[in-house]
Design a protein around this ligand. Structure first.
Ligand code: NOJ
Length: 435
């Protein structure tokens, strides 16, 4: 059978998985690492489901070589991970911790030796506790500047080998429910980090952000519903992504937020709007809209209770990933797009022989990848896909109860087992098309 190339991903497509330091590393009090706000959160009784903590997590700090070997066996050509800020700079500023620096040196070298390109996130939520104590965390613009300094230092340390950098992960989520000033300060942190990375760079970098966008998809693809979805995108992403691309808060922002607006300066908006080399989008769900005869020109249709969901009750909406890439081009032009996270938590069950036959996750992957491929075939600037996550790990408030991995982590023995979805993903990468 002749297979046309339009069903294929391009040969240089980035195929990865993603993780974050606090969710996998463990070794929280080892080799000079100081606590982050997440170590503190985990000490609050009842804060995390089952009072789990990232103290040991997946013990990746000691098992990174085994983990990289598994990545290689899955044919991954990229791996997105984050730096534990308080492992590198225990006080969040000031002196480096040589052993912490060394851990990432070894991890990066191990990845490169295995043909896997590192994609490094500077800030994935684990603010050094010292900065929380000294400045009140993201309430202070000092912290935004400290992130810039940290980014510069890690670029000086690692950018001889690391070209791909992500400033912040999901400002939308780590500032959720917080005043708009905090969102603004975090955006500023992104801008300073971008400048810091470039100031410390040892080679031309590929630097961007990873943001949780909300993506509405049209109830069906007719011009009026497609246009409605595109309008909705401007409202739901007005707080974070639009200011990054436009260097200003939009009309849709001021229409939605009228009180407690952040204090800003023109200079700060310029920092926030510093051009990125790529956009990284994390997407797990979405919503369905249709055109409507109202002021905004669209309405969101509620998901019926019987709509497919993941284990945490998040609606599974694969067409949103296509719409997201499309909306990105509509509104932000041809900036290269990477899906920096996408995945699902499932009721994984180990078979007697240790296998995990997670056909729900396979279906999730297949559907989402088909829409990513469609985006590529339509000429949209999609360049890569990172599945969340490489392995089951510490899912923040959900502790270890929510498993997102392509690889199962046995938290008692720390044994890793590639799930059927991991094998499927490896075959897709090898074939370069959705199977
Ligand atoms: C978003 C976050 O970046 C990541 O840390 C989290 O585990 C996944 N989504 C799943 O909730």
């Amino acid at each position: 059978m002749q297979i046309t190339t339009s069903t294929h991903f391009p040969a240089d497509f980035v195929w990865g998985t993603a993780t974050a330091a606090y969710q996998i590393e463990g070794a929280v009090a080892e080799d000079g690492r100081a606590p982050s706000i997440w170590d503190t959160n985990c000490l609050k009784p009842g804060f995390i489901k089952n009072n789990d903590s990232g103290e040991r997590a997946c013990d990746h700090y000691h098992r990174y070589k085994e983990d990289v070997a598994i990545m290689r066996s899955l044919h991954l050509n990229a791996y997105r991970f984050s730096l534990s800020w308080s492992r590198i700079l225990p006080d969040g500023e000031g002196g480096l911790n040589p052993k912490g620096v060394d851990f990432y040196d070894r991890l990066i070298d191990e990845l490169l030796a295995n043909g896997i390109t590192p994609w490094v996130t500077c800030y994935h939520w684990d603010l050094p506790q010292a900065l929380e104590d000294k400045y009140g965390g993201w309430k202070s613009k000092e912290v935004s500047k400290r992130l810039g300094d940290f980014a510069q230092r890690v670029a000086e340390l690692y950018s001889d080998r690391v070209k791909n950098w992500i400033t912040t992960n999901e400002i939308h989520v780590f500032t959720m429910g917080q005043p708009l000033q905090i969102v603004h300060n975090a955006l500023l942190g992104h801008g300073h980090a971008l400048a810091g990375l470039r100031a410390g760079a040892k080679q031309p970098l590929n630097a961007g952000f990873a943001e949780a966008l909300w993506s509405e998809h049209p109830v069906y693809d007719t011009p009026e519903h497609i246009a409605a979805a595109s309008r909705a995108f401007k409202y739901s992403n007005a707080r974070i992504t639009f200011p990054i691309f436009e260097g200003k808060y939009s009309d849709e922002y001021f229409e939605q937020y009228k009180e407690n607006l952040p204090e800003t300066t023109d200079e700060e908006m310029k920092v926030i709007g510093t051009p990125v080399d790529f956009a990284g989008y994390n997407i797990y769900s979405g919503s369905v809209v249709r055109a409507a005869d109202n002021a905004r020109g669209y309405e969101v249709i509620d998901f019926p209770a019987s709509y497919p969901k993941n284990q945490l009750g998040w609606n599974i909406a694969p067409r949103s990933i296509y719409s997201l890439i499309k909306h990105s081009q509509d509104h932000f032009g041809d900036v290269p797009v990477y899906i920096t996270e996408n995945g699902m938590t499932a009721n994984d069950k180990e078979q007697r022989n240790g296998e995990v036959l997670d056909i729900d996750r396979i279906e999730f992957l297949r559907e989402h990848l088909a829409h990513v491929q469609r985006a590529h075939a339509d000429g949209l600037p999609i360049k890569g896909y990172f599945h969340w996550s490489f392995m089951d790990n510490f899912e923040w408030m959900e502790g270890f109860s929510a498993r997102f991995g392509l690889v199962r982590t046995n938290y008692r023995t720390m044994e890793r087992t590639v799930k059927l979805s991991g094998k499927y993903y490896a075959e897709v990468i090898k074939a370069g098309r959705v199977l």
